[in-house]
Design a protein around this ligand. Structure first.
Ligand code: AMP
Ligand code: TRP
Length: 325
Protein backbone atom coordinates (compact mmCIF):
# COMPACT_ATOMS: atom_id res chain seq x y z
CA UNK A 1 0.00 0.00 0.00
CA UNK A 2 1.22 3.51 -0.78
CA UNK A 3 2.24 5.68 2.14
CA UNK A 4 -0.33 8.39 2.91
CA UNK A 5 0.60 11.73 1.37
CA UNK A 6 1.48 14.56 3.73
CA UNK A 7 -0.48 17.80 3.78
CA UNK A 8 0.59 20.98 5.58
CA UNK A 9 -1.19 24.29 5.94
CA UNK A 10 -1.33 27.16 8.39
CA UNK A 11 -3.39 30.24 9.18
CA UNK A 12 -2.18 33.36 10.94
CA UNK A 13 -3.77 34.21 14.30
CA UNK A 14 -4.55 37.83 13.56
CA UNK A 15 -8.20 38.31 14.41
CA UNK A 16 -11.39 36.53 13.61
CA UNK A 17 -11.60 34.13 10.70
CA UNK A 18 -13.94 35.20 7.94
CA UNK A 19 -15.90 33.15 5.44
CA UNK A 20 -13.11 33.68 2.86
CA UNK A 21 -10.65 31.91 5.19
CA UNK A 22 -13.26 29.25 5.75
CA UNK A 23 -13.96 28.51 2.07
CA UNK A 24 -10.37 29.11 0.95
CA UNK A 25 -8.75 27.05 3.66
CA UNK A 26 -10.44 25.68 6.78
CA UNK A 27 -13.31 23.84 5.09
CA UNK A 28 -10.78 22.05 2.94
CA UNK A 29 -8.64 21.12 5.96
CA UNK A 30 -11.57 19.33 7.55
CA UNK A 31 -12.17 17.28 4.42
CA UNK A 32 -8.49 16.42 3.93
CA UNK A 33 -7.85 15.10 7.45
CA UNK A 34 -9.72 11.87 6.68
CA UNK A 35 -7.52 10.92 3.77
CA UNK A 36 -4.04 12.30 4.42
CA UNK A 37 -1.34 12.70 7.01
CA UNK A 38 -2.20 16.30 7.91
CA UNK A 39 -0.50 19.11 9.81
CA UNK A 40 -2.52 22.27 10.49
CA UNK A 41 -0.62 25.06 12.15
CA UNK A 42 -1.30 28.37 13.83
CA UNK A 43 1.33 30.62 12.23
CA UNK A 44 2.00 32.94 15.17
CA UNK A 45 5.51 33.90 14.03
CA UNK A 46 4.05 35.00 10.70
CA UNK A 47 1.38 37.04 12.43
CA UNK A 48 3.87 39.20 14.36
CA UNK A 49 5.23 40.57 11.08
CA UNK A 50 2.03 42.63 10.81
CA UNK A 51 0.90 45.47 13.07
CA UNK A 52 -0.46 43.96 16.28
CA UNK A 53 -1.06 44.51 19.96
CA UNK A 54 1.07 42.15 22.11
CA UNK A 55 -1.66 42.13 24.76
CA UNK A 56 -4.07 40.55 22.27
CA UNK A 57 -1.80 38.04 20.59
CA UNK A 58 -2.16 35.08 22.93
CA UNK A 59 -5.95 35.36 22.82
CA UNK A 60 -5.81 35.41 19.02
CA UNK A 61 -3.76 32.20 19.06
CA UNK A 62 -6.21 30.56 21.43
CA UNK A 63 -9.20 31.78 19.39
CA UNK A 64 -7.79 30.29 16.21
CA UNK A 65 -7.34 26.97 17.99
CA UNK A 66 -11.03 27.17 18.97
CA UNK A 67 -11.96 27.90 15.35
CA UNK A 68 -9.94 24.92 14.09
CA UNK A 69 -11.54 22.55 16.58
CA UNK A 70 -15.08 23.91 16.29
CA UNK A 71 -14.91 23.69 12.50
CA UNK A 72 -14.22 19.98 12.85
CA UNK A 73 -10.45 19.45 12.91
CA UNK A 74 -9.94 16.36 15.02
CA UNK A 75 -6.66 15.95 16.92
CA UNK A 76 -7.04 12.18 16.55
CA UNK A 77 -6.90 12.55 12.78
CA UNK A 78 -4.46 15.42 12.27
CA UNK A 79 -1.68 17.31 14.04
CA UNK A 80 -2.71 20.77 15.25
CA UNK A 81 0.13 22.92 16.60
CA UNK A 82 1.37 26.44 17.23
CA UNK A 83 4.35 27.31 15.02
CA UNK A 84 6.49 29.05 17.69
CA UNK A 85 6.34 25.95 19.89
CA UNK A 86 8.52 24.12 17.37
CA UNK A 87 11.72 26.21 17.27
CA UNK A 88 13.12 24.05 14.44
CA UNK A 89 10.93 26.07 12.04
CA UNK A 90 12.93 29.24 12.56
CA UNK A 91 16.20 27.28 12.45
CA UNK A 92 15.32 25.81 9.07
CA UNK A 93 14.17 29.24 7.86
CA UNK A 94 17.62 30.61 8.66
CA UNK A 95 19.30 27.94 6.57
CA UNK A 96 16.86 28.61 3.73
CA UNK A 97 17.67 32.33 4.02
CA UNK A 98 21.20 31.52 2.99
CA UNK A 99 20.13 29.88 -0.28
CA UNK A 100 17.26 32.21 -1.28
CA UNK A 101 18.18 35.13 -3.56
CA UNK A 102 16.60 38.37 -2.34
CA UNK A 103 15.44 39.02 -5.91
CA UNK A 104 12.95 36.14 -5.42
CA UNK A 105 11.48 37.80 -2.33
CA UNK A 106 11.30 41.19 -4.00
CA UNK A 107 8.85 39.73 -6.50
CA UNK A 108 6.28 38.65 -3.91
CA UNK A 109 2.99 40.46 -4.44
CA UNK A 110 1.83 39.80 -0.86
CA UNK A 111 4.89 41.67 0.41
CA UNK A 112 4.10 44.60 -1.84
CA UNK A 113 0.42 44.63 -0.77
CA UNK A 114 1.19 44.28 2.92
CA UNK A 115 3.89 46.96 2.77
CA UNK A 116 1.28 49.38 1.47
CA UNK A 117 -1.10 48.50 4.32
CA UNK A 118 1.57 48.98 7.01
CA UNK A 119 3.87 51.58 5.49
CA UNK A 120 5.36 52.55 8.86
CA UNK A 121 6.27 48.99 9.71
CA UNK A 122 7.95 47.40 6.68
CA UNK A 123 10.06 45.07 8.78
CA UNK A 124 12.57 42.41 7.80
CA UNK A 125 10.22 39.64 9.02
CA UNK A 126 7.53 40.78 6.60
CA UNK A 127 10.01 40.53 3.74
CA UNK A 128 11.33 37.15 4.88
CA UNK A 129 7.95 35.62 5.67
CA UNK A 130 7.80 33.40 2.54
CA UNK A 131 11.07 31.76 3.62
CA UNK A 132 9.64 30.89 7.03
CA UNK A 133 6.57 29.57 5.24
CA UNK A 134 8.80 27.36 3.07
CA UNK A 135 10.44 26.06 6.26
CA UNK A 136 6.99 25.26 7.74
CA UNK A 137 6.04 23.29 4.67
CA UNK A 138 9.29 21.49 3.86
CA UNK A 139 9.99 20.52 7.50
CA UNK A 140 7.41 17.72 7.16
CA UNK A 141 8.44 16.80 3.57
CA UNK A 142 4.99 17.91 2.55
CA UNK A 143 3.42 16.71 -0.71
CA UNK A 144 0.64 19.28 -0.97
CA UNK A 145 -0.55 22.54 0.59
CA UNK A 146 -4.22 23.60 0.63
CA UNK A 147 -4.44 27.42 0.50
CA UNK A 148 -6.33 30.26 -1.13
CA UNK A 149 -5.14 31.95 -4.31
CA UNK A 150 -3.21 34.68 -2.48
CA UNK A 151 -0.68 32.08 -1.31
CA UNK A 152 0.10 30.40 -4.64
CA UNK A 153 3.15 32.54 -5.29
CA UNK A 154 4.57 31.52 -1.92
CA UNK A 155 4.12 27.83 -2.71
CA UNK A 156 5.86 28.38 -6.03
CA UNK A 157 8.77 29.92 -4.11
CA UNK A 158 8.72 26.97 -1.69
CA UNK A 159 9.24 24.62 -4.64
CA UNK A 160 12.17 26.74 -5.77
CA UNK A 161 13.73 26.71 -2.31
CA UNK A 162 13.37 22.89 -2.22
CA UNK A 163 15.12 22.79 -5.60
CA UNK A 164 17.91 25.18 -4.51
CA UNK A 165 18.51 23.05 -1.42
CA UNK A 166 18.40 19.71 -3.25
CA UNK A 167 20.79 20.97 -5.93
CA UNK A 168 23.29 22.27 -3.45
CA UNK A 169 23.13 19.61 -0.73
CA UNK A 170 21.59 16.52 -2.33
CA UNK A 171 17.98 15.38 -2.65
CA UNK A 172 16.22 16.11 0.62
CA UNK A 173 12.85 17.77 0.04
CA UNK A 174 9.96 16.95 -2.31
CA UNK A 175 8.48 19.85 -4.29
CA UNK A 176 5.00 20.40 -2.85
CA UNK A 177 1.92 21.02 -4.98
CA UNK A 178 -0.80 23.48 -4.09
CA UNK A 179 -4.35 22.26 -3.58
CA UNK A 180 -6.81 24.74 -4.96
CA UNK A 181 -10.23 25.00 -3.38
CA UNK A 182 -13.33 25.42 -5.49
CA UNK A 183 -13.60 28.95 -4.10
CA UNK A 184 -10.03 30.20 -3.83
CA UNK A 185 -11.03 33.85 -3.68
CA UNK A 186 -14.03 35.33 -1.89
CA UNK A 187 -14.49 39.01 -2.50
CA UNK A 188 -15.07 41.84 -0.02
CA UNK A 189 -18.65 42.67 1.00
CA UNK A 190 -18.16 46.35 0.29
CA UNK A 191 -15.92 46.18 -2.76
CA UNK A 192 -16.23 43.12 -4.96
CA UNK A 193 -13.05 44.02 -6.85
CA UNK A 194 -10.99 43.29 -3.71
CA UNK A 195 -10.60 40.05 -1.79
CA UNK A 196 -12.36 39.69 1.54
CA UNK A 197 -9.69 40.54 4.07
CA UNK A 198 -9.37 41.69 7.66
CA UNK A 199 -7.05 44.41 6.44
CA UNK A 200 -9.96 46.04 4.60
CA UNK A 201 -11.94 46.35 7.83
CA UNK A 202 -14.62 44.33 9.61
CA UNK A 203 -17.35 45.64 7.34
CA UNK A 204 -15.76 43.87 4.39
CA UNK A 205 -15.89 40.47 6.11
CA UNK A 206 -18.40 38.06 7.58
CA UNK A 207 -16.80 36.36 10.58
CA UNK A 208 -17.47 32.64 10.91
CA UNK A 209 -18.30 33.30 14.53
CA UNK A 210 -20.59 36.29 13.87
CA UNK A 211 -24.00 36.12 15.50
CA UNK A 212 -27.02 36.03 13.14
CA UNK A 213 -27.94 39.70 13.76
CA UNK A 214 -24.40 40.80 12.91
CA UNK A 215 -24.41 38.78 9.69
CA UNK A 216 -27.75 40.31 8.75
CA UNK A 217 -26.52 43.84 9.42
CA UNK A 218 -23.33 43.40 7.43
CA UNK A 219 -25.07 41.86 4.44
CA UNK A 220 -27.66 44.62 4.45
CA UNK A 221 -24.86 47.16 4.02
CA UNK A 222 -23.03 45.08 1.40
CA UNK A 223 -22.84 46.08 -2.24
CA UNK A 224 -25.95 46.03 -4.36
CA UNK A 225 -27.17 47.70 -7.45
CA UNK A 226 -30.48 48.37 -9.04
CA UNK A 227 -28.99 47.42 -12.36
CA UNK A 228 -28.40 44.12 -14.03
CA UNK A 229 -24.83 43.51 -12.90
CA UNK A 230 -23.32 40.07 -13.39
CA UNK A 231 -20.25 40.66 -11.22
CA UNK A 232 -22.31 41.64 -8.24
CA UNK A 233 -24.77 38.82 -8.74
CA UNK A 234 -21.90 36.34 -9.09
CA UNK A 235 -20.50 37.50 -5.78
CA UNK A 236 -23.76 36.63 -4.02
CA UNK A 237 -24.29 33.51 -6.10
CA UNK A 238 -20.97 32.07 -4.86
CA UNK A 239 -22.06 32.59 -1.27
CA UNK A 240 -25.52 31.15 -1.93
CA UNK A 241 -23.94 28.14 -3.55
CA UNK A 242 -21.69 27.47 -0.57
CA UNK A 243 -23.95 28.32 2.31
CA UNK A 244 -27.47 28.43 0.94
CA UNK A 245 -30.13 25.90 0.17
CA UNK A 246 -30.39 24.70 -3.40
CA UNK A 247 -33.92 26.04 -3.46
CA UNK A 248 -32.73 29.59 -2.75
CA UNK A 249 -29.94 29.38 -5.32
CA UNK A 250 -32.35 28.25 -8.04
CA UNK A 251 -34.90 30.86 -7.09
CA UNK A 252 -32.47 33.78 -7.34
CA UNK A 253 -30.74 32.41 -10.46
CA UNK A 254 -34.15 32.49 -12.10
CA UNK A 255 -34.80 36.07 -10.91
CA UNK A 256 -31.45 37.12 -12.28
CA UNK A 257 -32.00 35.41 -15.62
CA UNK A 258 -35.29 37.25 -15.96
CA UNK A 259 -33.56 40.53 -15.15
CA UNK A 260 -35.77 40.89 -12.14
CA UNK A 261 -33.26 40.51 -9.34
CA UNK A 262 -34.28 41.86 -5.93
CA UNK A 263 -31.12 42.28 -3.91
CA UNK A 264 -32.93 43.08 -0.67
CA UNK A 265 -34.77 39.77 -0.84
CA UNK A 266 -31.60 37.94 -1.78
CA UNK A 267 -29.70 39.51 1.12
CA UNK A 268 -32.30 38.49 3.70
CA UNK A 269 -32.26 34.91 2.45
CA UNK A 270 -28.48 34.75 2.28
CA UNK A 271 -27.99 36.18 5.79
CA UNK A 272 -30.30 33.54 7.16
CA UNK A 273 -28.57 30.75 5.25
CA UNK A 274 -25.10 31.78 6.44
CA UNK A 275 -26.28 32.12 10.06
CA UNK A 276 -27.81 28.63 9.90
CA UNK A 277 -24.78 27.11 8.24
CA UNK A 278 -22.51 28.21 11.08
CA UNK A 279 -24.98 27.55 13.95
CA UNK A 280 -23.42 24.18 14.94
CA UNK A 281 -19.97 25.80 14.70
CA UNK A 282 -20.96 28.59 17.11
CA UNK A 283 -22.39 26.05 19.55
CA UNK A 284 -19.32 23.85 19.54
CA UNK A 285 -17.02 26.84 19.90
CA UNK A 286 -18.89 28.05 22.98
CA UNK A 287 -18.50 24.61 24.55
CA UNK A 288 -14.76 24.48 23.84
CA UNK A 289 -14.27 27.99 25.18
CA UNK A 290 -15.34 26.76 28.61
CA UNK A 291 -12.51 24.28 28.59
CA UNK A 292 -9.26 26.14 27.88
CA UNK A 293 -7.07 23.51 29.55
CA UNK A 294 -8.34 20.84 27.19
CA UNK A 295 -7.55 23.07 24.19
CA UNK A 296 -4.04 23.80 25.47
CA UNK A 297 -3.47 20.08 26.00
CA UNK A 298 -4.40 19.40 22.37
CA UNK A 299 -1.92 22.06 21.22
CA UNK A 300 0.86 20.72 23.45
CA UNK A 301 0.36 17.19 22.20
CA UNK A 302 0.33 18.44 18.61
CA UNK A 303 3.59 20.33 19.14
CA UNK A 304 5.21 17.26 20.66
CA UNK A 305 4.20 15.08 17.73
CA UNK A 306 5.37 17.66 15.18
CA UNK A 307 8.62 18.28 17.01
CA UNK A 308 9.70 14.65 16.72
CA UNK A 309 9.63 14.95 12.94
CA UNK A 310 11.10 18.47 12.97
CA UNK A 311 14.09 17.25 14.99
CA UNK A 312 14.75 14.47 12.50
CA UNK A 313 14.55 16.84 9.55
CA UNK A 314 16.92 19.30 11.22
CA UNK A 315 19.40 16.54 12.00
CA UNK A 316 19.43 15.52 8.34
CA UNK A 317 19.63 19.16 7.17
CA UNK A 318 22.47 20.10 9.52
CA UNK A 319 24.47 17.08 8.45
CA UNK A 320 24.00 17.90 4.78
CA UNK A 321 24.86 21.57 5.26
CA UNK A 322 28.00 20.62 7.15
CA UNK A 323 27.15 21.89 10.63
CA UNK A 324 27.66 18.62 12.50
CA UNK A 325 31.08 18.16 14.08
P1 AMP B 1 -4.71 34.64 6.29
O1 AMP B 1 -5.84 35.17 7.08
O2 AMP B 1 -4.16 35.61 5.32
O3 AMP B 1 -3.70 33.92 7.13
O4 AMP B 1 -5.34 33.51 5.35
C1 AMP B 1 -5.60 32.19 5.80
C2 AMP B 1 -6.04 31.33 4.64
O5 AMP B 1 -7.26 31.80 4.08
C3 AMP B 1 -5.05 31.28 3.48
O6 AMP B 1 -5.00 29.95 2.96
C4 AMP B 1 -5.63 32.22 2.47
O7 AMP B 1 -5.29 31.86 1.15
C5 AMP B 1 -7.14 32.04 2.69
N1 AMP B 1 -7.88 33.27 2.35
C6 AMP B 1 -7.71 34.50 2.89
N2 AMP B 1 -8.57 35.39 2.36
C7 AMP B 1 -9.31 34.69 1.45
C8 AMP B 1 -10.39 35.06 0.57
N3 AMP B 1 -10.89 36.29 0.52
N4 AMP B 1 -10.89 34.08 -0.22
C9 AMP B 1 -10.41 32.82 -0.17
N5 AMP B 1 -9.41 32.41 0.64
C10 AMP B 1 -8.85 33.33 1.43
N1 TRP C 1 1.46 32.78 5.00
C1 TRP C 1 0.17 32.18 5.18
C2 TRP C 1 -0.92 33.26 5.19
O1 TRP C 1 -0.63 34.41 5.33
C3 TRP C 1 0.11 31.42 6.48
C4 TRP C 1 1.10 30.31 6.46
C5 TRP C 1 2.24 30.24 7.22
C6 TRP C 1 1.04 29.13 5.69
N2 TRP C 1 2.88 29.07 6.96
C7 TRP C 1 2.21 28.37 6.03
C8 TRP C 1 0.15 28.64 4.74
C9 TRP C 1 2.46 27.15 5.44
C10 TRP C 1 0.41 27.41 4.16
C11 TRP C 1 1.56 26.67 4.49
O2 TRP C 1 -2.06 32.91 5.07
Amino acid sequence: MNKKQTIFSAIQPSGELHIGNYLGALKNFVELQDKYNCFFFIADYHSITGDYNPKEKSKQIFDLALDFLAAGLDPKKCTIAVQSQIPEHTELAWIFNTITPISELQRMTQFKDKSQNQDKNINMGLFDYPVLMAADILMYKTDAVPVGQDQFQHIELTRKIARFFNNKFGKTFPEPKDIITETPKIMSLIDPTKKMSKSHGVKSCIGINDEPEVIKKKIKKAVSTTEYNKDIYDFYATLLENFGSEKNKKYFDEQFKNKDIKFSELKDALAEDIANYFAPFREKRKELEKNPEEVKKILNEGAERARKIARETMKEVKEKVGLVL
